[in-house]
Design a binder for this molecule. Structure first.
Ligand SMILES: [Zn+2]
Length: 120
């Protein structure tokens, strides 16, 4: 892996992946597998509790610089400042929002649910 830092001043044309956070191994940063309440890293074998899983940003972008197109992937906490929170905190908010949406809608709660959805 090339560890030299490179700067690229480019225009973002498109986001290539719709799922831009992933549960990450705390040791090797690989994607971990969450099964029931346990987490498992297929790469280094690290295990843990699923509820303690940390999340990491992975943003795949199509960018343009001068007349060239590039596909780049930006990983990790350098995106915290861009999003205004860590990937783990963003995942927590998304999870809470999804739980609100999955509440069964009855005639009494539909107005309230509609209001909540407008705030998402
Ligand atoms: Zn690992």
């Amino acid at each position: 892996m090339n560890r030299r830092r490179k700067f690229l001043l480019a225009s973002v044309l498109a986001l290539q992946n719709s799922s831009f956070i992933y549960p990450s191994c705390q040791k090797c940063f690989s994607r971990i597998i969450l099964v029931s309440k346990r987490s498992n890293c297929p790469k280094c074998g690290s295990t843990g509790e699923a509820e303690n899983a940390i999340y990491r940003y992975k943003l795949s972008l199509k960018v343009a610089e001068s007349n060239k197109l590039f596909g780049i992937t930006v990983f990790g906490s350098c995106l915290d400042a861009f999003f205004g929170l860590t990937a783990t905190d963003l995942h927590r908010i998304l999870k809470t929002s999804m739980e609100k949406i999955q509440v069964p809608v009855t005639s009494q709660t539909s107005a309230q649910t509609t209001r909540e959805l407008k705030h998402l």
